[in-house]
Design a protein around this ligand. Sequence first.
Ligand code: CA
Ligand code: CA
Ligand code: CA
Length: 231
Amino acid sequence: MSESMRSNVILSILGGVFILTNILVPTPCEAFIMISEFLADPAAGILGDANQDGHGSSYQDEFVELFNLGDEAVDLSGWSISDGLKVRHIFDEQAFLPAHSFYVVFGGGQPCDFPGIWEKSSTGSLSLNNSGDHIYIYDQGEVLIDMVTYGVNGNNNQSLMRILDGQSEDFILHGDFEPAGGALFSPGFGYGENFNGIEDPGTTSVPEFPTGIYFVSVFLPYLVKRICLSA
Ligand SMILES: [Ca+2]
Ligand SMILES: [Ca+2]
Ligand SMILES: [Ca+2]
C-alpha cells in the first residue's frame, strides 16, 4: 500500500469515528417524555392508597407517572408500558399529554380526584415486582422512549421518583425528596421547582439513556420531531 493510500485509509477511519461520535452524542432537546415516578410497592392498608379509591391494594395502587418535559403536547395513542415480562398497558386513541404535564397509569381500582391526567392499565395490572423489575415506555412505532431498571429500592412502601431537571437519571425514594414533606407518592403532580405541571422547565439536556433513540432519530426526521422537537 502506497503512502498516500495508507493516509487515505487512516483519514477514512478517523472520519468514520468522527461521524459515529457525532451521531452517538445525545443532543439538547426541549421535548421528551420521561418516566418521572413509579410505585411498585404500595404500603399496606390505606397508607398505600395511591389511587385514592378508599382502600389499599398491592396491585391496584401501583402506578407509573410520565412527564412531558417539553413545550409541545404529545399524542400517546398506541404507546405502551411494559415491565420485564410483557406489555402491561396500551394507551388508547384519546391519550394526549400536554406540555409540562403529568400522565399517570394506575394498576387498577377506581382512581379519583387527581391533578393531571390518569387512567387504569389496559390489562388490569401493571404487575411491578417490588424488589426488582424493568419499566419500558415504547411509542406507537415500538421505539423505546424511556426505561428504568430498579432493584430492592422499589420495595420500600413508597414510590421512586426522578428529579425533573432533564439531567437526573437516578430515581430516589419519594420520602427522601425534601419538598415532598415525607409523602410516600405524588401521582399526577410534583413539588415546587420539581414542577407541578405549570412551571417552564426551559431548555434541558437529554439524559444519557436511551442512546439508541437518539441514534435512530438522526436518521428519521419524524422521530426527531417527536422526541427532540428543538433538534
Ligand atoms: Ca408490586
Ligand atoms: Ca387504592
Ligand atoms: Ca409525581
